[in-house]
Design a protein around this ligand. Structure first.
Ligand SMILES: Nc1ncnc2c1ncn2[C@@H]1O[C@H](COP(=O)(O)OP(=O)(O)O[C@H]2O[C@H](CO)[C@@H](O)[C@H](O)[C@H]2O)[C@@H](O)[C@H]1O
Length: 645
C-alpha cells in the first residue's frame, strides 16, 4: 500500500491509497535493436479503478528478479498521475502516469511505431492478457459466418469479432443481408429490423437502405438490407458468373458502413466517430476513401482509424474508369482509385487500360494494412505476388504487417464435432478411423480402414492449384489410395471431378458443391489433406486438418509455409518433429513426391505418423493468439495521425 498524489485538470484533487495488483513484462525486442531494456507494466487498483502503468527497465539484461527490484525502487520513489487524457468528446481514454525521473513511457509502443521495420517481432511478443485499451471496432465485410460464407473470409469475419468482443472491445460487423431464396435465408432469422432507414448517395441517385441487427456472442451483427442483396446464387454470383452490379452492391455496403457508427444506437448508444474500421478485401475498400474524401473534410471521423485486411489480393474490384462517377466520390479523388492496366493486359490497340480499382483506393488511403500471414505480407510486395500492386504496397511497407489467422476451435473440435461419425481427441485417437470408415460408407467407396485417404476441400480455381491435381491424379491413383475432393467453382474442374469419379469408381470421389457438414467429415475422415495452392494468403483448411490429426501436404507458399512445419524424422534424437510436408516448386513431380513420402510414412512408420498427427492436434491455432497481435496494430494505428487528414 502506498499513497499517490492524483493531479487532475491542473490541480491536486485528492490523495488516496492505491494498491499494486501485479507487474508484468511486456514483450520486448532484441536489445540490440532498441538500445534499452524491456518494458514492464504494472496494474494498480485505485478505489474501483484499475490503472495500467507502463515503463521500462533501464537494465536491459536484467533477469526477471532484477526487474522486480528495479521497479520496486521506482515505485518507492513514487510517481504522478498527471490527470486523465480525454478525447474530443470528453471521455477519459487514459491517464498520464509519470515517474519522477520524467521518463514516463506511458505509451511505450509509440517508440515502437516510429522505429518502423521490425514491428512483427513485437506483435508476436505482445501480452496474452485482457487488453488494456479497448476500441470501438467496425468490421466491414462481404461475408461473415454463419450468416454468409463462401470461403475463408466468412470464417475470419465470423470468429475474430467474437474473440475481440470477449477481450473487452465493442465490436460491430456490417455485412449485407443476403436472401437467396433457399434454406440459408434462415441464418438471418435472429436479426430484427432497426428503426433506421438511411439514404446514401451513389450511382446517380439516392439509395435507401435499411439495417437489421442481432446481438450475439457480444458482437453487434448489423446487416445491410437492399433489394440488390436478394437474389439466388451466392454473395458474388450465380451459375452464369459474377453479378454485373457487384460494384454497386459493395459500394452501397461501404457508404452504409460509414454511416452505421454515426446513426445506429445499438444498445442505446452509437459507436461514434472515434472508431476503428477493419475493412476486409476490395468489397470494403471504399470505406477509407470515403472517410478521407467525404467525412474528414467536414470534421467527421477525424479521430477514427482504418485498417485494411487483405485476405486475397487477386481480387481487387476493378471496373472501367467511366464507372468512377457512380461511386459517390468527389471528382478530384479519381487519382486515388485510378489504375492503368499494363499494356500486355489490354484487350485491343485502342484500349488505354484505364480503370478504377477499389482495393488500390484502400491501399492509398488506409491508415494501416494487414494480411493474414507474415509470408503473404512479404509476397504481396513482390512482382510475383503483388498482382500489379506490389510497388504501392512496398511504398506502404512501414504500416504493413502479417498476422496469421486463427480458427474457431469450438466449431472445429474433433472431440465435440456434431458432423462427424465418432469423436476423438489427442488422448484417444480411436474415433478417427471410425470417421474414415463412415466416410467411405457414405461415399460408396470400398471400406478399407488401412488405405491412405487423401482429401481436398476448397474453391475450384486457379489459386488452389486444381490444375496440378488434375494432371497428377492418374499417377496418384495407380497406388492403393483413396482420394476425396469437395469443391465448387470453375465448371471445367467440376466436370473433371465428375468424370474422374466415373473412371476411378473405387478410388476417387468428387463432391461438387458447397457443403459444410461434408467438409467436417472429410477433415476428420481423411489421413492426408492436400493443398497445392499456387498462392495462399493464410489458408484455413490446413489448420482445421491439423486440429483433426489429418496431416497436411502443402505447397510452400504464404500462410501454408508459415503454419505447416515440415516433418523431420531425424530431429530430437530420432523422435522427429513437424506437422506435415511442404513441397516446392509447384510441380506435379514435387507434389507427387511429397504425397508418396507421406503415404509411405502412414503405411510403414506408424509411430512417426502418430507423432505428426499429435503435434498438429496440439498446435496453438486459437484466435486469442492472433487477437493479441491485432490489438498491437490497433494501438499503432491510433498512435499515428490519420494517413489522409
Ligand atoms: N465446397 C466447400 N464446402 C464447404 N466448405 C468449403 C468449401 N470450399 C471451401 N470451404 C470452406 O471455406 C473455407 C476456405 O478457407 P481458405 O482459407 O482455405 O480459403 P479462401 O481462399 O476462401 O480464403 C481467403 O481468405 C482466407 C481468410 O483470411 C485465407 O485463409 C485464404 O488464404 C484466402 O485465400 C474453409 O472453411 C473451407 O472449409
Amino acid at each position: 500500500m502506498e499513497s499517490l498524489c492524483i493531479v487532475g485538470n491542473g490541480g491536486v484533487s485528492t490523495c488516496q491509497a492505491f494498491t499494486r495488483l501485479d507487474t508484468t513484462r511486456v514483450g520486448s525486442r532484441p536489445r540490440a535493436q532498441l538500445g534499452f531494456g524491456c518494458f514492464v507494466r504494472e496494474r494498480y487498483k485505485y478505489g474501483n479503478l484499475v490503472i495500467a502503468r507502463s515503463g521500462r527497465s533501464e537494465v536491459g539484461n536484467s533477469k526477471d528478479g532484477n526487474f522486480a527490484v528495479e521497479n520496486e525502487k521506482e515505485e518507492k520513489r513514487g510517481g504522478l498521475i498527471l490527470g486523465p487524457e480525454r478525447d474530443s468528446s470528453g471521455s477519459v481514454i487514459g491517464f498520464n502516469l509519470i515517474p519522477p525521473s520524467g521518463d514516463g513511457g506511458v505509451l511505450e509502443s509509440h517508440e515502437d511505431a516510429t522505429t518502423g521495420g521490425t514491428e512483427e517481432a513485437d506483435i508476436e511478443g505482445a501480452e496474452k492478457v485482457q487488453t488494456r485499451v479497448t476500441y470501438n471496432i467496425v468490421f466491414v465485410t462481404s461475408e461473415a459466418a454463419p450468416y454468409s460464407k463462401t470461403g475463408g473470409l466468412g470464417d475470419v469475419c465470423g470468429s475474430l469479432p467474437i474473440v475481440l468482443a470477449a477481450r473487452g472491445h465493442r465490436v460491430m460487423v456490417v455485412s449485407p443481408r443476403y436472401l437467396h431464396g433457399g434454406l440459408a435465408d434462415k441464418n438471418f432469422a435472429g436479426a430484427s429490423e432497426l428503426d433506421c432507414h438511411i439514404k446514401v448517395y451513389c450511382f446517380g441517385g439516392e439509395q435507401e437502405v435499411a439495417f437489421f441487427h442481432e446481438y450475439r456472442e457480444g458482437v453487434d451483427w448489423v446487416f445491410l438490407d437492399h433489394p440488390s442483396y436478394h437474389r439466388p446464387g451466392n454473395p458474388y454470383g450465380d451459375s452464369q458468373g459474377a453479378f454485373g452490379d457487384n460494384q454497386f452492391r459493395f459500394a452501397l455496403l461501404c457508404h452504409a458502413a460509414c454511416e452505421a457508427p454515426l446513426v445506429l444506437p445499438l444498445g442505446g448508444y452509437t459507436y461514434g466517430e472515434k472508431c476503428l474500421f477493419l475493412v476486409n478485401d476490395w468489397h470494403a475498400g471504399l470505406v477509407p476513401v470515403l472517410l478521407a474524401s467525404k467525412y474528414r473534410p467536414y470534421g467527421v471521423y477525424k479521430d477514427a482509424r482504418t485498417i485494411l485486411v487483405i485476405h486475397n489480393l487477386a481480387h481487387q474490384g476493378v471496373e472501367p474508369a467511366v464507372t468512377y462517377t457512380n461511386l459517390g466520390l468527389p471528382s478530384e479523388w479519381y487519382g486515388a482509385l485510378g489504375w492503368v492496366f499494363p499494356t500486355w493486359a489490354r484487350t485491343h490497340a485502342l484500349d488505354t487500360g484505364e480503370a478504377v480499382n477499389l482495393l488500390k483506393g484502400a491501399i492509398v488511403t488506409v491508415d494501416r494494412i494487414l494480411t493474414v500471414s507474415k509470408g503473404y505480407a512479404w509476397e504481396i510486395t513482390t512482382v510475383e505476388g503483388g498482382y500489379g500492386l506490389h510497388e504501392l504496397l512496398s511504398s506502404r511497407r512501414s504500416v504493413l504487417n502479417g498476422i496469421t489467422n486463427g480458427i474457431d476451435i469450438y466449431e472445429w473440435n474433433p472431440s465435440s464435432d456434431k458432423h462427424i461419425a465418432s469423436n476423438y481427441s489427442v488422448d484417444d485417437l480411436s474415433g478417427k478411423v471410425q470417421c474414415k470408415i463412415a466416410l467411405q460408407k457414405e461415399l460408396g467407396l470400398p471400406i478399407k480402414p488401412d488405405c491412405p485417404m487423401i482429401g481436398f476441400i476448397g474453391r475450384l480455381d486457379y489459386q488452389k492449384g486444381i490444375d496440378l491435381i488434375r494432371w497428377a491424379t492418374p499417377e496418384l491413383l495407380e497406388d492403393d489410395v483413396q482420394f476425396v475432393m469437395l469443391g465448387s467453382g470453375d465448371p471445367l474442374y467440376e466436370d473433371w471431378m465428375r468424370a474422374t469419379e466415373s473412371t476411378y469408381k473405387d478410388k476417387f470421389r468428387g463432391w461438387v458443391g458447397f457443403n459444410i457438414p461434408i467438409s467436417h467429415k472429410i477433415t476428420a475422415g481423411a489421413d492426408i489433406l492436400l493443398m497445392p495452392s499456387r498462392f495462399e494468403p493464410c489458408g484455413l483448411n490446413q489448420l482445421y486438418a491439423m486440429r483433426y490429426g489429418t496431416v497436411p501436404v502443402v505447397h510452400g507458399t504464404g500462410g501454408l509455409r508459415d503454419t505447416v512445419q515440415a516433418f523431420d524424422p531425424y530431429s530430437k534424437g530420432g523422435l522427429g518433429e513437424g506437422t506435415g510436408w511442404i513441397f516446392s516448386p509447384l510441380s506435379k513431380e514435387s507434389m507427387l513426391a511429397a504425397l508418396r513420402v507421406a503415404i509411405m510414412t502412414y503405411r510403414d512408420h506408424k509411430s512417426s505418423w502418430e507423432g505428426i498427427m499429435k503435434r498438429g492436434m496440439v498446435r496453438d491455432s486459437t484466435w486469442e493468439n492472433a487477437a493479441v497481435q491485432y490489438e498491437q496494430v490497433f494501438e499503432w494505428a491510433f498512435i499515428d495521425p490519420p494517413y489522409i487528414n
